[in-house]
Design a protein around this ligand. Structure first.
Ligand code: NDP
Length: 466
């Protein structure tokens, strides 16, 4: 065959990615389980048709490709990926490359990369972010696996990626599951960013009694300032949208139970495995879980009554500062978690490059990431919050966060992620914490021993035993 690359799975993401690849001038062979989808896809590809080759099955796909081959999988994560790897390996040459571009759990990617290495086959697991529109016009790509395999296809991946001022957002993150891990942390941060925005929206809607139009205008204005980001931009659009069916504000007819496919949850789970503190992300995952139990919330409201209703919500500038401080706390946690994972898995993750790859194409793209990339490059090993360019912003914005959170809590209005952010700040500036009590308790009931401030070693004990 002559096609430079193959793609399996013409769903939402696969179809968009295939068109993007063809548009950038690469010949691509495509295949889908349901063959009619493949035929319709190519028939409707317009100008791009000459670059696309429709194939009926995996054998046909393999035959359509130039050697050494490269095949992208864009199928649901899990067993479907293992199944495709097995079937493809049976009919491909040893040096043919398989690239899993779905949302795999990075532990699966580590396992598949190890199996591939053991049998001498090249393998990549790449995180692709930006939804359908990103896949079609420029996603953010976080690569993981063999460096040599990455180099074989990086010209294609950088050509299709989003660009930030000309720099492509496609980067090799490290071996094994590094790319999918970075993608998972991206999604955890995405959950937290979204939740903090939703909490500010709740303060405006319920506490201040603002209407949807006012809320939309405010987020639009915030999008012109330091909070400039895709999520703040679409928040304004969502708040302004009208329901075509009833003519009411769209938000007023949307049920308040959040869905999740689980990638944000993975971040919280892996953070626990790594003992990496990410309380803002955890609060955001917990908030989605609480949103899902609507009947229980109804029972709670029936028994205890809802929070205060209207109350004196801080001014717009204070709320803006609250979001800035919350965002810095959350990203600090995310990058600290990446640093910890990098060490634990021996990945050498390039933290400044991660901030750069998130600057365009992906859901958490924002103006602030540019400064974060610079801060992480300037002071490697320093917490983002303490870096020269962010410490001042933290000082400037945290009082606004504190004001917002304490007003909300006093009124009985829930702000779980923002509260986690301010508590993280207060904890991370307390040299003398309270774990002396935890250690005392552990020693009392379990003789676990503790370290003393005035002596070396950890094996000291309290006077519990006669
Ligand atoms: P879709 O549900 O739109 O498409 C799934 C594709 O996989 C279809 O082509 C389907 O073929 C095929 N497929 C499903 N089950 C099987 C099977 N058992 N055997 C063979 N083929 C199968 O999914 P998406 O495009 O949304 O997602 C694909 C991957 O990309 C997932 O891992 C997802 O998590 C990830 N992703 C999705 C994003 C999004 O915004 N949607 C963003 C980033 C990543 P058929 O037509 O025959 O059903």
């Amino acid at each position: 065959g002559t096609s430079e690359i193959g793609l399996v799975g013409l769903g939402t993401m696969g179809a968009a990615l295939a068109l993007n690849i063809a548009e950038k001038g690469f010949d691509i062979a495509v295949m889908n389980r349901t063959s009619s989808v493949t035929r319709d896809f190519v028939a409707n590809a317009g100008d791009l048709k000459p670059r696309l080759t429709a194939t009926e099955d995996l054998q046909g796909l393999v035959e359509a490709l130039a050697t050494p081959r490269a095949v992208i999988l864009m199928v649901p994560a899990g067993d479907v990926v293992d199944d495709h790897i097995e079937r493809l390996r049976a009919i491909m040459d040893p040096d043919d490359l398989i690239i899993d571009a779905g949302n795999a759990n990075f532990r699966d990617t580590i396992r598949r990369a190890e199996a591939a290495r053991d049998s001498g086959n090249p393998y990549l697991g790449i995180g692709v972010s930006g939804g359908e529109d990103g896949a079609r016009h420029g996603p953010s790509i976080m690569g993981g696996g063999d460096r040599a395999a990455w180099d074989r296809v990086s010209h294609i991946l950088t050509a299709i990626a989003a660009r930030h001022e000309g720099t492509p957002c496609a980067t090799y993150m490290g071996p094994g599951g590094a790319g999918h891990f970075v993608k998972a942390v991206h999604n955890g941060i995405e959950y937290a960013d979204m939740q903090m925005i939703a909490e500010i929206y709740g303060l405006l809607r319920d506490g201040r009694g603002a209407d949807y139009g006012e809320i939309a205008t405010l987020f639009e204005r915030w999008n012109d300032g330091p909070l400039q980001s895709y999520l703040v931009e679409i928040t304004a659009k969502v708040a302004a949208a009208e329901d075509p069916k009833t003519g009411k504000p769209l938000l007023s007819v949307i049920e308040d139970t959040a869905g999740q496919k689980g990638t944000g949850r993975w971040t919280a789970i892996e953070a626990q495995h790594l003992a990496a503190p990410v309380p803002v992300i955890e609060a955001a995952v917990a908030a989605r879980n609480m949103s899902a139990v609507k009947a229980a919330r109804k029972a709670g409201e029936d028994r205890f009554g809802a929070g205060a209703g209207r109350f004196d919500v801080p001014g717009d500038e204070t709320l803006e500062r609250a979001m800035i401080a919350g965002k810095i706390a959350c990203y600090t946690q995310g990058f600290e978690m990446l640093a910890k994972a990098s060490e634990a898995f021996d990945w050498s993750l390039p933290l400044p490059e991660i901030a750069k790859v998130w600057r365009a194409g992906c859901i958490i793209r924002s103006a602030m990431l540019d400064d974060m990339a610079a801060a992480l490059a300037d002071a490697p090993g320093t917490s983002l919050m303490l870096s020269e360019s962010f410490a001042n912003r933290v000082e400037d914005s945290t009082p606004g966060l504190r004001d917002t959170v304490s007003t909300a809590i006093a009124a009985g209005h829930p702000v779980p992620a923002l509260a986690a952010a301010v508590t993280y700040f207060d904890t991370m500036r307390s040299h003398r914490g309270t774990a002396d009590m935890i250690q005392g308790q552990r020693d009392y009931f379990g003789w676990h021993g503790f370290a003393r401030l005035d002596d070396d070693g950890r094996d000291h004990h309290g006077p519990w035993v006669e």
